[in-house]
Ligand binder design. Sequence first.
Ligand code: ADP
Ligand code: MG
Length: 393
Amino acid sequence: KFIKGAKERKEFYNKILELKGNIRVFCRCRPLNTEETVEGASMAIDFEAARDGELTVKSNGRPKKTFKYDAVFGPQSNQVDVFEDTAPFATSVLDGYNVCIFAYGQTGTGKTFTMEGTNEARGVNFRTLEELFHIIGERKGQFQYEISVSVLEVYNEQIRDLLVLGTQPGAAKRQMCLLEARATTSSRLEIRQVGEGIHHVPGLVEAHVNNMNEVWEVLQTGSNARAVGSTNANEHSSRSHCIHCVMVKGENLLNGECTRSKLWLVDLAGSERVAKTEVQGERLKETQNINRSLSALGDVISALATKSPHIPFRNSKLTHLLQDSLGGDSKTLMFVQISPNENDLSETLCSLNFASRVRGIELGPTKKQVESTELLKYKQLIKELESQLLLER
Ligand code: ADP
Ligand code: MG
């Protein structure tokens, strides 16, 4: 279903956003693949109550446990269905809200399919930007927006700029991109706090995008870079977090209100437990780092849930990076991705339990990230100076 008019879209979005709290969990189950079908794999999931957000896990044909989420997407659901429910969160970044969307789950369950998608079936990342530009078009004359995108990866507790790694010298259209790229390739990217609730990665390329052609170019560049420097692209992607950050500067032309907000789109590393005895050396370090960042994410979410005075954002690069958008005044959506195959049952149960823990959290009201124009100007200045410093190094 495609929502046509601006009015219908607004009504539809409001209806979804009226739901209480600001952490949502959507569960998505991939279909059995050809190999599994040929082998006659048994399905471990019942989707009878999927419409009410329920699914039941079966073991040996018997119901074992029922889970409830904000939405459940069975193996038949498509990218359009999924995006329809995701859009209200993603696009609220235009109204000045910080938003964080994750895909969590075992490797091979469809995290990348949901977020990135394929050429034939594009995922949340592309569709979100498409929808943002659609709405920006509708709001022309009343609002003015500036959109930029960063694509990065957290691998072994290091931040890598995928727009830099994916840009071939000479191939980049925008000179700014290349200049910044040269400055940062050699330097390690670090997270800096530049103000109350404002974290920033100096040197990270922020590509301005004005239309979907430019978006496509940026997404492709990032996507190509994921494989760089790894012998097996699939293995690499299951051990790293791939992150798209969409930065929005908005100005209400009628009352002068300025907003500055971020939307994070995160394809997390595979959540599967790897027996420590099975891996050694470099692999062991990777495994420990993945476990560390995913458990740090769990700890942050738990601490938020119990309203703990200390939220351990700094325990991993991932949570540190997302700090501004994981706090109490932003919106969070987690896709828990699962396999229907009974052979994967124990990993599936781990993921579903984690997701239930996440869903149990209720945060305070969300807050718009409103800024005065004056402050915005100073921040822009700081950023430019920082970039200059990097160039001079
Ligand atoms: P992950 O990123 O979690 O490791 P992928 O997104 O790479 O998993 O998915 C594994 C495979 O399953 C891919 O070939 C992908 O295209 C396919 N797949 C995943 N989810 C779906 C889905 N909902 N419908 C069709 N194919 C899917
Ligand atoms: Mg993947």
